[in-house]
Design a protein around this ligand. Structure first.
Ligand code: BES
Ligand code: ZN
Length: 614
């Protein structure tokens, strides 16, 4: 089974023969051409003395020369034909048998570069300057830098980036030296001295400003939203401290956040030193800060301990969900709330299996990734099936008091390494030797959990107190007659955490659509129409579409146009497409705005809206 072998099927590279150890970038940002140009110096150490070639991943790069820095000789190279999803293999012939090599590649990225999103001045809040941001996870780094684009190896990086006046540049690294000016351009110098996988390379360039929000944290954003952002994420340091207690010392120096433009396709991205976040987190009441807890947790699980290939991606996300829920509930709500969050996760898992289909390869915790685009296989499965397994094991092995020290030991064991599911399992058995001997793990259906499709073979126990409150309120709505809606008051949800309100709304998906009268009353008393919480708005709009409530179509279209977070945009577009009344409007809306949308989102929507070529 090649999914289980340690070779990365998502990369052409040969790190087992010669391994990339450091990247130095010297690049200019060309906003007019939508390119980065300059050179990358890559340092390699030989793993096998007989290695003759360095094989690198690239995508849509124009390469003009490859040189050996030591001997200053040009090196022979061959750029293979473009392969869909994976790009072009670059083979560089080595001219000697030295144990270390630094090569310099002159190149330019393409305006279609899949990792970079270029934004016109009129699309920014400030309207004056253009903006650029990257998203390299999972396999887009190769479209920015020729490299061994696989999480199985880690390297450090440095960068000198030239940018036009008025533009601030940030990377997933520490700023080494503040800008100096060269021919009207600024040059910013960065250094990431911790080893990290290529998917964590990141860059932002735009007219952004910052504010301190903690001893090691700044928030960066366009000035128009800086106040809101500073308020929203004020709990960051508290979260970092809980995380350190749970997971060990924070090694990345700073933990800054950058609020990106609305087209950013994810909720958050754990780029080292600088988490990228969507502006849809700016709810006004700090209610969506769980995403920050999640990205903070990745500083250990994902960024220090990393999956070896994308088949083992669950190792990154499940531990991160686990820690996120621990951090959030430690700060507020306690164990009862953690149980509620975990049970919500189980429900999301069941819904996702339902959506993907019982027979989908991607419902496996460890899927076969041969020939698969990691963006295509992305879903809640690695997050929630993985979390359910950890939660299940925690209970089996004796609860948080036993499991939390294990999590810390696991991080200590594998920090700076990339691991497979087998490595994970071996360490678990080793750490819990005593419990294993006592037969505590005998009942675990490992094959079922790790390698079988569908919902897990075993279900953890969950405290259902908080979940029941959500279900109770939903049942009251389902059972009420249309003439008896005055009974509902805002006080029904006044004490709910926003995640309980979300859960209340999500529950309706399993039932027949509610009447328009109920919908209107609910929107009024619970103030859903005016909510600043994007998660609640999302679920509210889904409920409106499910109820076939036509006045909501325009609002749903506006929601998927004003922001581009895939978690929201994809399901709403799909729902609108599945309803004949809104289908054409959804397609027209997508076509009118696709130019401004992020390429990852466009690819997914083209498929969902039946617009795929060929
Ligand atoms: N690293 C992920 C985002 C990601 C995964 C990007 C795979 C590309 C490929 C990030 O940490 C994440 O999980 N974000 C979630 C946050 C949530 C689970 C709290 C998101 O974007 O919604
Ligand atoms: Zn994550």
């Amino acid at each position: 089974m090649s999914a289980l072998s340690s070779r990365d099927p998502s990369s052409f590279s040969n790190p087992d023969e010669i391994r990339m150890e450091h990247i130095h970038l010297n690049l200019t940002i060309n906003f007019d051409k939508h390119t980065l140009s300059g050179h990358a110096q890559l340092t390699f150490v030989r793993e096998k003395p007989e290695a003759e070639y360095i094989i690198l991943d690239t995508r849509e790069l124009t390469i003009t020369s490859v040189r050996d820095v030591g001997s200053n000789e040009d090196l022979e190279y061959e750029l293979a034909e473009h392969v869909v999803t994976f790009g072009s293999k670059l083979t560089v012939k080595l001219n000697d048998k030295e144990p270390e090599h630094t090569i310099e590649i002159e190149y330019e990225t393409s305006p279609e570069c899949s990792a970079l999103h270029w934004i016109r001045p009129d699309q920014t809040l400030g309207k004056k300057h253009p903006y650029l941001f990257s998203q390299c996870q999972a396999i887009h780094c190769r479209s920015v830098v020729p490299c061994q684009d696989t999480p199985s190896i880690k390297c450090t990086y440095t960068a000198n980036i030239r940018s036009p006046p008025g533009i601030k540049v940030l990377m997933s690294a520490l700023l080494e030296e503040s800008e100096k000016t060269e021919e009207g351009h600024s040059v910013s110098m960065f250094r990431q001295s911790e080893m990290m996988p290529s998917c964590l390379l990141a860059i932002v360039a735009g007219d952004i400003v910052s504010r301190e929000i903690g001893p090691r944290s700044k928030i960066w954003a366009e000035r128009e939203i800086l106040d809101r952002a500073a308020y929203e994420f004020a709990e960051t340091e508290d979260m970092l401290q809980v995380a350190e207690e749970l997971l060990g010392p924070y090694v990345w120096g700073r933990y800054d956040m950058i609020v990106l433009p609305p087209s950013f396709p994810y909720g958050g991205m754990e780029n080292p030193c600088r988490t990228f976040v969507t502006p849809t987190l700016l709810a006004g009441d700090r209610s969506l800060a769980d995403v920050i807890a999640h990205e903070i947790a990745h500083s250990w699980t994902g960024n220090l301990v990393t999956c070896k290939t994308w088949a083992h991606f669950w190792l990154n996300e499940s531990y991160t969900e686990f820690s996120e829920r621990k951090i959030v509930s430690d700060l507020k709500g306690g164990e009862k709330f953690r149980q509620f969050l975990a049970l919500r996760g189980w429900k999301i898992l069941c819904e996702t299996v339902d959506e993907l289909g019982e027979d989908s390869e991607f419902t496996k915790l460890v899927p076969n990734m041969d020939g698969v685009d990691p963006d295509e296989s992305f879903s809640s499965i690695p997050y929630e099936k993985g979390h359910a397994l950890l939660f299940y094991l925690e209970q089996l092995l004796g609860g948080p008091d036993v499991f939390e020290p294990y999590v810390r030991a696991y991080i200590d064991e594998f920090k700076y390494k990339s691991i497979t599911t087998q490595d994970w399992k071996d360490f678990l058995f080793n750490y819990f030797k005593k419990e294993v001997a006592e037969g505590k793990l005998d009942g675990v259906d490992w094959e079922g959990w790790l390698y079988k499709k569908g919902v897990p073979p075993q279900k953890p126990n969950y405290d259902t107190t908080m979940m029941e409150e959500c279900v109770e309120l939903m049942n009251r709505w389902l059972n009420a007659s249309d003439d008896n809606l005055k009974q509902f008051k805002f006080s029904n949800i006044a004490d709910f955490h926003s995640l309980e309100t979300e859960q209340f709304l999500s529950g309706f998906a399993d039932h027949d659509p509610i009447s328009h009268k109920k919908l209107v009353r609910m929107g009024d008393v619970y103030k859903f129409k005016r909510t600043g919480n994007s998660e609640i708005k999302f679920r509210w709009l889904k409920l409106c579409i499910q109820a076939r409530y036509e006045p909501a179509i325009s609002e749903a279209l506006k929601f998927v146009t004003d922001q581009g977070r895939m978690k929201f945009v994809q399901p709403i577009y799909t729902d609108l497409y599945d309803w004949e009344v809104s289908r054409q409007r959804a397609i027209d809306n997508f076509l009118a705005h696709r130019q401004e949308m992020h390429n990852i989102t466009v690819i997914k929507l083209e498929r969902d809206l039946g617009l795929e070529e060929n």
